[in-house]
Design a protein around this ligand. Sequence first.
Ligand code: CTP
Ligand code: MG
Length: 396
Amino acid sequence: MIFIMINKFTALIVAAGKGERFGGDTPKQYLPLLGKSVLQWSVDAFKNHTRISEVFVVTHPDHGSFYPGGIRGGATRQESVRLGLEEIARRSKPDFVLIHDAARPCLSPQLISDICNALLQHDAVAPGLPVTDTVKRLSGTKIMTEDRNGLYTVQTPQGFRFDKILGLHREHAGNAVTDDTSLFDDVKIIPGDRANVKITQEEDFAIVEKALSDARSDVRTGKGYDVHRLIDPLHAFQKLKLCGVEIPHDKVLEGHSDADVALHALTDALLATICDGDIGTHFSPKNPQWKGADSAQFLRRAAELIARQDGLISHVDVTIICEEPKIGPHRDKMRARIGGLLDLPLSRISVKATTTEGLGFTGRKEGIAAEAVATVRLPFGASKAANICETKKWGT
Ligand code: CTP
Ligand code: MG
């Protein structure tokens, strides 16, 4: 009999600090940063990585309104990590854990992969950067030059064999330790990432904002187009669906799935930005699995594929072309539905409609057409990220 061992990697993000050095009313990890919170950037980086099976977040008991459902943290970072590890031990049985500070939102998929790979051979792994500036020690008025050889600044995520780090944290609970790696005698230092800056002081925020934006400067535009025929409902419960919203109408759209022509056009526009085929490539109309399927899952899948390449959806624009039904009264509900599916604010979602003045098949009310345009920001070299993140084809 052959046993295949699959290593389970879990992420633990500590976000229970008060951000006292940063200051302000909102703790730094909950500040908005290019469309989502500082914390959410790290959560998404782990969630979108195929090697990571679960993500746990430790939060301050007073911060439930910013991030509900987090694991209750402690008075120090060390205590928050220990409480997080104990909760993971109760809920899951990972082989490895990657511990990360919420205050470092510029976490790249490459760094996560590097930590995971190194963990296959080492119990403790940390990303480090060799000190390049000259290091001085000040003693009274005397200034001495230190030997910077072998000196590193260490970042997170730091990776550990789960049972070992849990055991060491239990053993040292109450003793002050500076970081998790200091609990180990042997730590493998792998190359860190200069962009993986920690937000500590107020001025760090602008640096991180620019780094995240610059890292996604490959702006792509994708276009999608789709048509479905209007028919009489096949049964009393069949409804016309556009942009994921049921619209009262005497006709419905014909198709293999729920025939949501607007979501199909939008899915194609999103897939076009990463040059990953079209809706039919991923969800074959020949596959019975997609019969009557909710097209929301097609859109979500396209968004997931973009997220796997560390991309950011900047804007989407959908045009529905029909004489009837009237789209205006449903427009805001449609935008909200797309926003929910893509995790996008309304300010980045446009839905509009036009008639064709009675001309053509749409003018004769034989069918509805939809066009969509999507703008996505990708890292340059996104195909490299795609290589490390397996892109699974569905339904083919
Ligand atoms: N952290 C934690 N629990 C604590 C203290 C810190 O989970 N009791 C987390 C922070 O939320 C942060 C990480 O540990 O993501 C690194 O800590 P730091 O940058 O020092 O953040 P704060 O402690 O929030 O900031 P400050 O020290 O300025 O108050
Ligand atoms: Mg702190």
